[in-house]
Design a binder for this molecule. Sequence first.
Ligand SMILES: [Zn+2]
Ligand SMILES: [Zn+2]
Length: 299
Amino acid sequence: MDLIWSAWAGTMNILPFILAMQVLLVPFIILEQVLPAGQRPRFGDYALNILISLTTMFLASPLGALAGAGGATLREQLGFTPLGFSFASLHDIAYVGGALEIAAIIIGTLLLHDLWFYWAHRIEHKVPFLWQFHKLHHSDERMNTSTWARDHFLQSAWRAVFPAFTFGLVLQLDVQGASNLGAVTGLLPSVLSMFYHSGARLRLAWLNRLVVTPQVHRIHHSTDPKHYNKNFADFLPVMDIVFGTYYAPAKDEFPATGLGPDYKAPRNVVSAQFSPLLDAMRTLAPKPRRQSGETTVTE
Ligand SMILES: [Zn+2]
Ligand SMILES: [Zn+2]
């Protein structure tokens, strides 16, 4: 119980910072309003996404703290000697040492982050129960910069659990902690995500294989079936290239985003957080057994 209260207290402490961070959305909002890739985002789209992100932060933080504590306990029980690593020795290299150390921390943290993010994300698309939560992120019909934090609270919790019980068991560097630290100190991961969720018609073909760009991530949010299960990476497309899911967008390929006309996207924060719970429960319910001779019913 103490863990839950201290997680909420920690969230309350950083709340002013999180609210101030919303200012970072402004340049990307201007960009997508001036140069929209599809339907121009509306004020209500931004407001709903920000509300979802704030409620998710409060609802998911105790679960994230529990996952961290659970992962650490399991590591102790199993008696792992975690692989610790540090980039500090780079600092001693003459002249360029300081810059090298900073570059290695940024690239190393992003690589580790993307390695676990890629698989956590790919599994969300594969497992129907987890997809019900991730669907909220994909349901934005006018994908925009604020979509970066349009995540269901249980999806955020899953993304804390996954590294705690996989790479977190063998690596000393807590990748979730490092990415949180990055969000609070360096801000780099958050700003990158705001950038590539932006619904701006930017053609950056030269950058597409180095860093996730708005066009590369738009493919991931596309309603076109030929784009399904492509471009999972958070920051570094090298993950998709290595694991065979990279899709290079053509020069003018800016597809519609969302889940198509048959899916009703939630219009308020309560249904955004609540309806995925019901949908997820339905995926767990046993399928009714079909009588012989009964015709197949498609939804
Ligand atoms: Zn996805
Ligand atoms: Zn996205």
